[in-house]
Design a protein around this ligand. Structure first.
Ligand code: GLV
Length: 327
């Protein structure tokens, strides 16, 4: 019997891919840029399975042309780049990497919060560019920011990452409010409140909801303007959840003091983005899970999911386990 063909859309290290060697016919994309949709289509059309990244858009039309494809394993916790409903219709299990990146992403969310509150990137630029030499060396109103300790943090979405951010908030001496789209029973580190109360009372709002058709532009003009005046918004969840035009306006008119943004409607962020001209936005380029250890764990889980399918077992980390019930 011929080996199953597995296509990997990124050059993952050999030691990570080792569990697949010998049990499948492995092909690894060697390009240095994300695959284009035609490249993705032509590379996976004869594959039994793919291991992909969040930059690989696995659309309904791409799946419609696949007769052979038997699994999709994404090296990400979010799967909004995959049409999961279309995969489920074709009985294709979709794997992700839960449980290993929440703490790392929470660190970045908190880093952005502190950076935005205390204007650290702006201050860094000021020193680097020699402006300190040409200005007052120190004054009582020099680089004033906002206190984090004693302030109120609102966590929107109390999954693994939101809970980890709430715990950090408590450790920093903050009052922590939390809201979740579905009802939660045991909420740790946060006081559960209604969303409007959270938005009205929080000095910092950190977003931790998944991007779905229901959360697109969830932070629209109305919700952003219902945030407390002078608050700071942090998004390390997914682009498209925050309406960036409304956010830019709120920052420009001083309704919000600052924002910390790791994820964007379009990635990479386009040069014409209205956010780019604002000094009170701290940016990072979608690096929530970017530590060596966490990326290694994510890759290992993605491979573990693939190995399971090849061995005829259900994927251990599957977002559409219902595909197994209909088999
Ligand atoms: C990162 O954004 C992920 O979904 O893994």
């Amino acid at each position: 019997m011929s080996l199953k063909r597995v296509f990997v859309t990124y050059r993952l290290p050999e030691d990570i891919l080792r569990p697949l060697s010998g049990i499948c016919d492995l092909e690894v994309w060697t390009g240095t840029k994300p695959m284009t949709p035609p490249e993705l289509l032509s590379s996976i059309c004869d594959s039994d399975g793919i291991i992909c990244l969040l930059t690989d858009e696995i659309t309904r039309s791409l799946l419609e042309n696949q007769e052979k494809l038997n699994f999709i394993s994404s090296m990400s916790v979010g799967v909004d780049h995959i049409d999961v409903a279309a995969a489920t219709n074709r009985n294709i299990p979709v794997g992700n990497t839960p449980g290993v990146l929440a703490e790392t992403t929470a660190d970045l969310a908190f880093g952005l919060l502190l950076s935005a509150a205390r204007r650290i990137p702006e201050a860094d630029k000021f020193v680097r560019e020699g402006q300190w030499l040409s200005d007052m060396p120190w004054s009582p109103d020099f680089f004033l920011g906002k206190d984090v300790h004693g302030a109120t943090l609102g966590v929107v979405g109390l999954g693994e990452t939101g809970t980890a951010v709430a715990r950090r908030g408590k450790a920093f001496g903050m009052r922590v409010l939390g809201w979740n789209r579905t009802q939660k029973k045991d909420v740790e580190h946060a006081e559960l409140v209604q969303l409007d109360e959270l938005l009205a009372e929080s000095d910092y709002v950190s977003i931790h909801i998944a991007r779905t058709s229901e959360t697109l532009l969830f932070f629209n003009h109305e919700r952003i303007m219902s945030m407390k005046k002078g608050a700071i918004l942090i998004n390390t969840a997914r682009g498209g959840i925050v309406d960036e035009t409304s956010l830019a306006n709120a920052l420009k008119i001083g309704h919000l003091a600052a924002a910390g943004m790791d994820v964007f409607e379009a990635e990479p962020l386009l040069p014409e983005s209205k956010l780019l001209n604002l000094k009170n936005v701290v940016f990072s380029p979608h690096i929530g899970s970017a530590t060596s250890l966490t990326r290694k764990r994510m890759a290992e889980l993605a491979v573990e999911n693939a190995v399971a399918v090849i061995a005829g077992r259900p994927m251990p980390f599957c977002v559409n386990p219902e595909v197994y019930r209909s088999r």
